[in-house]
Structures are given as C-alpha cells and as structure tokens.
Design a protein around this ligand. Structure first.
Ligand SMILES: Nc1nc2c(ncn2[C@@H]2O[C@H](COP(=O)(O)OP(=O)(O)OP(=O)(O)O)[C@@H](O)[C@H]2O)c(=O)[nH]1
Ligand SMILES: [Mg+2]
Length: 282
C-alpha cells in the first residue's frame, strides 16, 4: 500500500517529487510531451527549482517572455539546450512570436502518433502538458497554441488553480497550476524568483529584492543610493520630502518586471556573461 501511494507521487518517471496540485499519475501517463517552461531571464533557476518534479524524458524546453531578456543570451540558452540534445524554443506569448516554430515541431510529433500498423486510422491527438514555476506563462502559451483565450491568465503568480485539458483539433493541452514549491527558496534563488514575479509578495522583502537587483544585476556599488535616486526621480517621497524607500523598492522591482530598464537576462549560459551595462541599459 505504501509502495502504491509512493508511486502516485512521481511525475513522468520514477523517483520524482510530486505536489498534490499536480495531475494524477493516470493523467500523466497519457501525456506524450512535457513542455517545460523556463523564464528567459532566469532559465537556470526556473529549471533547477522545477527539476525534482519532472522526468527527463519527452521534455521540450520553452523559454518564455523572451521580449524581457537579452536576445543574444536567449539565443545562447537555446543553443546550449539543443547541443545537449533537448528540443528548445523561445515563445513570446504576448505577440505570438516563435509560436509557429513550436507548433511546427508539435505537428511533426503529432504525425508520429499515427499507428504505423494501421495507417488507414487517423492519428490520435498529441497530448502535451505545460509545466513550470508560477507565472512563467503556461496559460498564455496554452492560449497561443490553441488560438483561444480559454485558459485564464494574469499578472500575479498562482492564477491557475487546477489542471485542465484544453483541446483544439489534433492537439490536447494540459494546463497546470504553478505547483512547484517555492516556499524553501532563499538567497539569490528567492531574489531571482521574486524579481521575475514567480513568488508572491508575502514570500519576500521588497527592499531586499530591489537592493539585490541594483547590486547584482545593475552592478551598483551603492544599491541603496541607487534606489533612493530612482525613488526621487519618480517623486516617491514620504514625510519631510525623504524618499519612501519601500515604495521606491516596489516601483524599482515593477519597472524591472515590465522591462522598463531594457531587456535584461539575469542568468546566462557559462559562455555568456549578462551585464546590464553591456545591454545598453544605463
Ligand atoms: N512580457 C511578456 N509577458 C508575458 C508573456 N507571456 C505571458 N506573459 C504575462 O505573464 C503573466 C503570467 O502569465 P500566465 O499565462 O497567467 O502564467 P502561468 O504560468 O499560467 O501562471 P500561474 O497559472 O499563476 O502559474 C501574464 O501577465 C501574461 O500576460 C510574454 O511572452 N512576454
Ligand atoms: Mg496559469
């Protein structure tokens, strides 16, 4: 009995961790391909934190929100994944850029579901599961691939509550909630997840995250002074005309999230060094 319930706690292969919000193992056994969504700004962290949940087989990487990341760094990530033998795509769900390439790949995979011994029978739909940290763009990708707006999406993490199958033609998509446990994330991992809004506001301290961004991503020696200057430029003043540091920190993070400082990759493959100055952000 214990062994059986243990088996239910695996995703896609043996020994993987399972969150209670994930689809049942029966549903998972129906999935042909796992689309593993990684935020283009932090692919390494998105991957590391989700890795314990998902099998290495039948995995396709999708770098999301590439419009917010340095295009050269995103290209380098795609190259690295492909050199490691994993199919990888960058898809901008807001505009649909890159969705054609992913769709063409899925169509080729779908064609291979044709039963070779009975070619007179129609091939069955391809079943694809979307998986990734909260707010990475899973529901937006489901909508793009299916040409609908059936999957609810929004700016805050934790919007999708349960797993849902959505279908159009020969494609079935399982949209999942962001079930990866981020509650244990600390230090740089937490700051990166917070900066890209993969965790809720209650999980981090805005002032710490903004200071980390200013220091580690923008290379500022005096991050506090930098955020104060930013706050002053935005008129975020408190009593006595002093900068409201908390409001300034929140606005600084939000500006980063919206790409107002430019297209910034926080993480790059080993061969690349992301640096705000080199991306013309100053
Ligand atoms: N800039 C940018 N924003 C995007 C892109 N794709 C999705 N978003 C935005 O990212 C936010 C999260 O999108 P969702 O599709 O709800 O993300 P999710 O992974 O389903 O989120 P949960 O269900 O909460 O885990 C929304 O505000 C989307 O508009 C993109 O390519 N570029
Ligand atoms: Mg969602």
């Amino acid at each position: 009995m214990a062994a059986k319930s243990h088996r239910r706690n695996k995703v896609g292969s043996r020994g993987k961790k399972r969150h209670p919000g994930l689809p049942s193992s029966k549903t998972l056994s129906m999935v042909d391909l796992f689309l593993f969504l990684l935020d283009s700004r932090i692919p390494e962290t998105s991957l590391q934190i989700a890795e314990p949940y998902l099998s290495k087989t039948n995995r396709v990487y999708v770098l999301t929100k590439p419009d917010l990341a340095d295009p050269e760094v995103t290209y380098a990530w795609l190259k690295q994944f492909r050199e490691q033998g994993a199919p990888a795509f960058a898809v901008e769900c807001n505009t649909g850029r890159g969705v054609y390439e992913l769709m063409a790949y899925l169509k080729r995979q779908q064609a291979s579901t044709l039963d070779k011994s009975h070619p007179e029978l129609l091939s069955r739909p391809l079943r694809v599961m979307l998986f990734g940290v909260p707010n990475v763009g899973k529901s937006s990708l489901a909508n793009r691939l299916l040409g609908t707006s059936k999957a609810a999406f929004g700016a805050r993490p934790g919007l999708t509550r349960g797993s849902h199958w959505l279908r159009r033609g020969q494609l079935e998509i399982l949209d999942t909630p962001g079930v990866i446990d981020t509650s244990q994330a600390k230090g740089d991992v937490l700051y990166k997840l917070a900066a890209t809004w993969a965790v809720r506001e209650t999980q981090y301290d805005e002032e710490e995250v903004a200071s980390w961004l200013a220091k580690e991503v923008f290379g500022k020696d005096d991050p506090i002074a930098h955020i104060n200057e930013f706050g002053r430029s935005r008129g975020l003043l408190g009593p006595g005309g002093r900068v409201d540091f908390n409001q300034a920190s929140k606005a600084f993070i939000q500006s980063f999230r919206e790409g107002k400082f430019g297209r910034i990759s926080i993480e790059a493959p080993d061969t690349q060094t992301p640096h705000a100055e080199s991306q013309g952000l100053e």
